[in-house]
Structure formats: structure tokens, C-alpha cells
Design a protein around this ligand. Structure first.
Ligand SMILES: Nc1ncnc2c1ncn2[C@@H]1O[C@H](COP(=O)(O)OP(=O)(O)OP(=O)(O)O)[C@@H](O)[C@H]1O
Length: 337
């Protein structure tokens, strides 16, 4: 078996809550919010893993952990099987450059006072490109790669449209020479027609540069278009994962089914926000057993007491649902998401 480009093993991020006075007096244990809880995933070179879930499901926290912007409470993030924490300095530097980010809001992620050429050049300088000539040539190349003429390097972000600014963010990410980009809601702030253009750009760059993506979004239409595999998060845990084709054709988990069923009514944008009936429980005190049981139309007694494990089912999918325990998987299901 080949080593995946990116792998998360048992990744968790638990945020401690400040103790209330009553907790101090009663000496009750401090509560934690399990933003990401025991997540396993893999991303192969040149492929796209989509991460979807309602607001508060832990998508952005997972993204920050994969980018190593936050330390996990437990678990590991491996790149090519190595952790930057244990690699030597030069290798760790390379591993960090291998994974770059594109965020939702190009309005705030770009410095309004810097020309777009300087914004991209900055990344090349940090990467050790000492020759100014070389940097200028590379900036021109990167601008062309994202669909701009080289002469636009003198423009400021304010002179560009939202889609244009997002192209600059992508060029900045590419300047580090990554093999994987974590894109957190990269098209959510854009009009639908501009979204399509930016998604086309992501797809073209993937083909040309063999880039891998972790695409975080609440919009199922985006994932249906771009993802090879999908991870569905609910209250910080993976409830379903597998090949995108199989998941969109026949979602196994009632939560994924609810997300998909609600989607057509939402028109062009298959948004997951407010798509599922019932309130999202308080993430700081999630329900016992299956955390989805309070909203599940198929709830059984066992769901209220026992947490279901991710179980392989047909089509290479895995779902954490008691309905599927004991189901017959494919003869050779994949071992990890
Ligand atoms: N620094 C933090 N301290 C405490 N709690 C946090 C912190 N960051 C996130 N959380 C909590 O963790 C949970 C997951 O948040 P996260 O932003 O990862 O979800 P999300 O799925 O990305 O949501 P959205 O789509 O709204 O961005 C939420 O309940 C959030 O309030």
C-alpha cells in the first residue's frame, strides 16, 4: 500500500471551558468542547477530499489542525508518513511548505496596501528565492497560472473583484510550491457564476500541478462537483465517509441523507446551513450514544446509549450508524477513510 500524501490519525481538538464559580465551589470537573474528536482521514496525491457538515461541526478546526495552525489535543498529522514535529529542521520546513491554505475571505486575507505582485513575492522571499529577477519572473508565471496578465502585478487587491482576489490568494498559496491545499470555504463569499470559474481554476490547477485538496465547505453542490472522497462531520466526529460518487448516489447515514434531501429545496446552492430538521445540540454537552439520535428519524433504543463505530458498508462507504451494523460490506473495503 502506498503512503498517503496527508494522513490524520485519531485527531482531536478539545477546548477547555472556563470553570464557572459553581464548578470551583463544587470541584466539578472542567468541561471541554470536543470540536474535533478522533478523526481519521487520508488524502492521496492529486485527489480532493471534501469535508462537509453544518455550522459548528468542526470543519474549520479540522482544517487548522491539518495546517498545523493549532496543536491537537491528541492524534497526529502525517505528511508522506512523517510528522514535521519529529523530522529534522530542513525536512520539517519542507513538510510545512507542502501544505498551504486558501481561506474564505480574500478581503481580509490580503493586505490592501500591498500590490498583488508584492503579496506573492513575499512568499517567494520567505521560501528562500534570493534573486529579485527570479522572483519577478515567478510572480508573472503564477499570475498567468491563475488567469491574470503579468502586468496586473502592480494592482492592489481593492482594484479586483471578489473572484479576482481569490485568484490572488490561490497564487500566493501556489508560490510556496505546495502539494496540498487546504481550502476552507474558498468560494462561499462569491456569486454563483464566479464560484464556477474559481472551481474550474482549482480543477485545472489540480490537473496541471498534481495538487491535492482538502475542500472544506457547507455547500454540497461544491463537493459533488469537486470531491473524490467525502468526510461528513457531525459534532466533531466522522459520521460517514467514502467515495463521493457512492455517497451522493446512496448516502448511508441518516444525517447525510437529511443533508442531501434538504438540498434541492435550497435551489442552486446546496447549502447545509439549517438544512436538517431539529436543533443542533449544544456541542459542549452532546447527547449520549449516537450524537445524532436527537434528530434522527430512525432512532432506536440502542442509539440513545451506545455510540456507533464507523462500519464498512457497500460502495466503499463507511457510516457510524447502528442501522448499518452487521451489514455486508464489499469484499475488499478500504481500511481508512
Ligand atoms: N478557539 C476555540 N475555543 C473554544 N471553542 C471553539 C474554538 N474554535 C472553535 N470552537 C468551537 O468548536 C466547534 C467547532 O467549530 P468550527 O468553527 O470548527 O466549526 P465549523 O464546522 O467550521 O463551523 P462554521 O461552518 O460555522 O465555520 C464550535 O462549537 C465552536 O464554537
Amino acid at each position: 500500500m502506498t503512503t498517503p500524501l496527508l494522513e490524520a490519525r485519531g485527531l482531536s481538538k478539545h477546548y477547555p471551558f472556563p470553570r464557572s464559580v459553581r464548578q470551583w465551589v463544587g470541584n466539578a470537573p472542567a468541561r471541554v468542547l470536543r470540536a474535533v474528536d478522533d478523526v481519521d482521514l487520508t488524502v492521496e496525491s492529486g485527489r480532493t477530499l471534501g469535508v462537509v457538515g453544518e455550522t459548528g461541526s468542526g470543519k474549520s478546526t479540522l482544517g487548522r489542525l491539518l495546517l498545523r495552525l493549532e496543536r491537537p489535543t491528541s492524534g497526529q498529522v502525517l505528511i508522506d508518513g512523517s510528522s514535521p514535529d519529529t523530522a529534522g529542521a530542513a525536512r520539517a520546513h519542507q513538510l510545512r511548505r507542502d501544505v498551504q491554505v486558501v481561506l474564505q475571505d480574500p478581503y481580509t486575507s490580503l493586505n490592501p496596501y500591498l500590490t498583488i505582485g508584492s503579496a506573492i513575492e513575499e512568499v517567494l522571499t520567505v521560501g528562500g528565492m534570493t534573486s529579485r529577477e527570479e522572483r519577478r519572473a515567478r510572480v508573472a508565471e503564477l499570475l498567468e497560472q491563475v488567469g491574470f496578465p503579468a502586468a496586473w502585478s502592480e494592482r492592489k487587491p481593492g482594484q479586483l473583484s471578489g473572484g479576482g482576489r481569490q485568484r490572488v490568494s490561490i497564487a500566493r498559496a501556489l508560490a510556496a510550491g505546495p502539494r496540498l491545499i487546504v481550502a476552507d470555504e474558498p468560494v462561499s463569499a462569491l456569486d454563483v457564476s464566479v464560484q464556477a470559474q474559481v472551481l474550474n481554476l482549482f480543477q485545472r490547477l489540480q490537473r496541471e500541478l498534481d495538487l491535492a485538496y482538502v475542500f472544506i465547505t457547507h455547500d454540497l453542490a461544491v463537493l459533488e462537483r469537486i470531491a473524490d472522497r467525502v468526510v461528513v462531520l457531525y459534532l466533531g466526529r466522522v459520521v460517514e465517509t467514502g467515495p463521493a460518487d457512492a455517497l451522493f448516489a446512496g448516502p448511508a447515514h441518516p444525517y447525510t441523507q437529511a443533508l442531501l434531501n434538504a438540498a434541492p429545496a435550497l435551489g442552486r446552492s446546496r447549502s447545509t446551513s439549517s438544512a436538517v430538521a431539529g436543533e443542533l445540540p449544544d456541542p459542549a454537552s452532546p447527547p449520549a450514544g449516537c450524537t445524532f439520535h436527537t434528530r434522527c428519524p430512525f432512532v432506536m433504543d440502542v442509539c440513545r446509549t451506545t455510540r456507533p463505530r464507523l462500519t464498512p458498508i457497500a460502495g466503499g462507504l463507511q457510516a457510524a450508524c447502528h442501522l448499518h451494523e452487521g451489514s455486508t460490506p464489499d469484499p475488499d473495503p478500504p481500511a481508512t477513510p
